[in-house]
Structure formats: C-alpha cells, structure tokens
Design a protein around this ligand. Structure first.
Ligand code: HEC
Length: 175
C-alpha cells in the first residue's frame, strides 16, 4: 500500500527541511487562478495527455472520494512531505487502492497540488511537479549545488524544461 509514497522515503524522520513545515493553502497563493491554469494544462500541452490526467483524476476520486468529497483538498497546496503525512493518516483510517490507483494518486497530487522548492527538493519531486525527466532534475540539482536558483528565469535556462509547464505551475514553485 502506498508503495509509491514510501519509495520517496518521507516516512523517515529527519529527512524534512524546514520549508516543508509550512502548509500553503490555495487562497494564500492565488487560489482559483491556479486551478484554472492546471485545468487548461491537460488540453494545452502534449506533455500531459488528457487521458492520463483523466485516469489519474479518477484514481483520486476512487481512492480519496470514498469517505468524503475530494473538494476537501483539491484547492489545497502542500509540500510532498505534507501530503505524505496526510496519506499516512488517511491510510490509518482505511484508505486503500490498487498499485495503479495509488500511482495515479501520486501523479495527480505531484502534478497538480504539490509545492516544490527548486533549491531543496529531491529529484523525484522536481520531476513530478515540473514534468521533467530524471536527467533534467539531476541537472537542476547539479546547478543549484554551486549556484542556487534565484528566480523562474534562471530555472527556464535549464535544458529540457518546458516553459509552458513552468508558467502554468509557477505558483507552486518556490526558491
Ligand atoms: C476510509 C475513509 C477515508 C478515505 C478513503 C480517505 N479519507 Fe480523508 N478523511 C477521513 C476522515 C474520517 C477524515 C476526518 C478526520 C478528522 O475529522 O480529523 C478525513 C479528513 C481528511 C482531510 C481534512 C483533514 C486534514 O488533515 O487536512 C483531508 C485533506 C483528507 N481527508 C484527504 C484525503 C485524501 C487525499 C485521501 C486519499 C489519499 C483521503 N482523504 C481518503 C477518511 C478518509
């Protein structure tokens, strides 16, 4: 269960940098504008196909909509560590799903509801939130080790980054 989340290692104490402790709600970072931007992403870019997004969204409904409405969290934005704490909590309350469904939930949360810190987050989170391959995520990490990123413009210079995705997800990208 939740193998995907566990693989990222966030159930290990001490692996969580300070910035993750703050929970950011949608209203404090622009709320509806983000929701609309994310919605148009599925239609606007080839990277995320409508079919993938639909099936991930269905997985969220199936896994997380069983006991309460998904409206409870769809407008929230949290770090991946914070979401994993919530997943663990919900699991204790009885949340479950097939491996495919849990993968879909992971993907949906990373692509749509998760905050990332370009100067601190591990490769898996960079990949998931920014829609990039592992190699590009590693390029970000290599660059930040000698020169932290100051803004989106600097991030855009990394080869393999899709500027449209950056623009659409910019409210979830922290430095
Ligand atoms: C087996 C039933 C069940 C399932 C499945 C379930 N939840 Fe919950 N969830 C609850 C209950 C019960 C509460 C109320 C907890 C409380 O009152 O403190 C809750 C509360 C919440 C809250 C509000 C409290 C908080 O900590 O922010 C969020 C957000 C939430 N669930 C998200 C999710 C997500 C995401 C999933 C899917 C991964 C999920 N839930 C699946 C039972 C469930």
């Amino acid at each position: 269960m939740w193998r995907t989340f566990r693989e990222y290692g966030y159930f290990t104490a001490g692996a969580i940098p300070d910035w993750r402790d703050s929970e950011v709600t949608a209203s404090s970072i622009g709320g509806w504008t983000i929701v609309i931007a994310v919605g148009s992403l599925a239609v606007g870019t080839g990277q995320v196909t409508a079919a993938d997004t639909d099936s991930d969204r269905k997985a969220v409904e199936a896994v997380c909509g069983r006991c309460h409405t998904t409206g409870l969290f769809l407008k929230q934005r949290r770090s991946w560590a914070r979401w994993n704490e919530l997943f663990a909590d919900m699991m204790e309350r009885g949340a479950d799903g097939t491996d495919d469904q849990l993968d879909g939930v992971s993907r949906y949360f990373l692509e749509n509801l998760t905050l990332v810190n370009v100067n601190h987050s591990p490769a898996e989170e960079l990949s998931g939130v920014l829609g990039i391959s592992g190699d590009v995520a590693e390029a970000i990490i290599a660059r930040r080790e000698h020169q932290p990123f100051a803004d989106l413009a600097q991030l855009r210079e990394i080869k393999g980054i899709d500027p449209n995705i950056l623009e659409q997800r910019k409210n979830r990208i922290l430095f």
